[in-house]
Ligand binder design. Structure first.
Ligand code: T46
Length: 135
């Protein structure tokens, strides 16, 4: 069953302050779909916002592996909500049909674990079209 709402996933942190930490996403773990693609975005100036779209079918978990990324989400007929990804062990689950906008700190690197391969026809890039959608 596909989760209905965006939510924060707290990945385990393996390690300690002396040696540092690692976190892992694996099939038996917290990601509620089979990962079919991983991509990451970086060097986005602070005054630029990325995203500004939703997906018809894609599910994702976004992780700010460096820096801080603020993700503003809105669901069909919903209100917008900010999630601040400021620790590399936090993930934000995004269900399909979630409008999302990302703002990066200067050192922000955003990794996405995605449920499908890239398909431009899965994007809803027109906010009016998103707004008119039914759930
Ligand atoms: C999303 C947010 C969180 C590819 O060719 N292959 C890919 O796998 C991806 C993700 C993108 N592209 C191309 C499509 C565009 O020509 O890369 C270009 C930039 O993509 P976009 O403008 O969609 O980038 P963002 O940062 O606004 O959005 C990305 C993902 O595309 C999107 O699925 O949910 O990150």
């Amino acid at each position: 069953m596909i989760p209905e709402k965006p939510y924060i996933i707290e990945f385990s942190q393996i390690g300690n302050p002396e040696i540092g930490y690692l976190s892992v996403a694996e099939p038996s773990g917290f990601v509620p779909f089979e990962i079919r693609r991983v991509y990451w975005s970086y060097y986005t100036p602070h005054h630029i916002t990325r995203g500004r779209h939703a997906h018809h079918k894609l599910e994702q978990v976004l992780v700010a592996v460096s820096g801080i990324v603020t993700v503003t989400v809105e669901q069909v007929r919903g209100v917008s909500k900010d999630f601040v990804l400021n620790q590399p062990n936090l993930g934000l689950y995004l269900p399909p049909k979630t409008w999302h906008v990302m703002e990066f700190s200067h050192n922000g690197v955003l990794m996405s674990l995605a449920s499908m391969e890239y398909d431009e026809s899965d994007y809803i890039r027109d906010y009016e079209q998103f707004f008119e959608m039914t759930e």
